[in-house]
Ligand binder design. Structure first.
Ligand SMILES: *[C@@H]1O[C@H](CO)[C@@H](O)[C@H](O)[C@H]1NC(C)=O
Ligand SMILES: *[C@@H]1O[C@H](CO)[C@@H](O)[C@H](O)[C@H]1NC(C)=O
Ligand SMILES: *[C@@H]1O[C@H](CO)[C@@H](O)[C@H](O)[C@H]1NC(C)=O
Ligand SMILES: *[C@@H]1O[C@H](CO)[C@@H](O)[C@H](O)[C@H]1NC(C)=O
Length: 205
């Protein structure tokens, strides 16, 4: 009888523990972790990149570091485990210097397609020259919850303007300090309004 009683106590404790554990935060999703690693692998690092701030040192897959919600520059919704914010500014340090040694980096928006719940994407200060392919920014337009996109402090020129039209859910876009030229103040702001303002999107050029 005593053994049975002890056994019941153990079961009760286990149940309590499980119940408690169930309400703790969710770990990141496998497909999102894979997408973060794919992004990291796509960065054209050089010896100029500062290893202390750049190179995403915590983005490593191993058993002790399995939950990408705890990786630097990543914020998850802790209820669902989905990634909602990515702060990928200044990944390559010195990227904004006009340093001839830096390899050209083109923004491949398809890399962000797995982040279906993403709300805030900061890609500022990375020295992006252009979009990687003729998909343009359209893959970001398929992220239904994306509201803030920061592309400031890159090397984009006016050729980026047409693809802004696909960013349907945006509320805040920053293109400040790029190489938008010519009539860009008038033309750029006009196009931003055309595409975005009627959706009450704020546009920072
Ligand atoms: C996290 O997800 C839950 C469930 O979908 C939602 O109710 C909550 O508002 C989300 N929180 C944030 C910060 O997005
Ligand atoms: C962009 O990323 C996607 C998804 O990883 C990949 O299939 C595609 O080949 C990449 N495009 C370029 C031009 O690198
Ligand atoms: C914009 O940048 C791209 C890539 O660097 C270049 O091929 C193109 O000629 C530039 N266009 C203008 C109008 O400067
Ligand atoms: C929109 O972006 C600008 C520039 O990053 C920032 O100053 C502003 O606070 C943002 N507004 C909102 C509502 O996120």
């Amino acid at each position: 009888m005593r053994t049975l009683w002890a056994w019941l106590m153990v079961m009760l404790l286990l149940h309590q523990f499980h119940h408690h554990h169930h309400h703790e935060s969710m770990a990141c999703l496998e497909q999102e972790k894979m997408a973060l690693l794919a992004f990291k692998a796509s960065v054209p690092w050089t010896d100029y990149d500062d290893t202390s701030s750049g190179r995403l040192p915590s983005w490593v897959e191993d058993d002790d570091n399995d939950d990408c919600c705890s990786w630097e520059r990543v914020q998850c919704n802790l209820t669902t485990g989905w990634i909602i914010q990515l702060y990928l500014c200044y990944i390559r340090s010195r990227a904004y210097d006009d340093d001839v040694h830096l390899p050209i980096w083109l923004l491949n928006a398809s890399l962000f397609l797995p982040f279906q719940e993403l709300q805030h994407l900061d890609l500022s200060e990375n020295g992006f020259r252009d979009l990687a392919d003729n998909e343009g920014l359209e893959p970001l337009g398929r992220l239904k919850r994306l509201e803030v996109l920061d592309l400031s402090l890159n090397h984009f020129n006016n050729s980026i303007l047409p693809s802004l039209g696909s960013l349907k859910s945006l509320k805040n876009l920053s293109l400040s300090q790029n190489y938008l030229e010519g009539n860009f103040r008038a033309e750029g702001i006009f196009k931003c309004w055309m595409y975005l303002f009627w959706r009450t999107c704020k546009c920072w050029i």
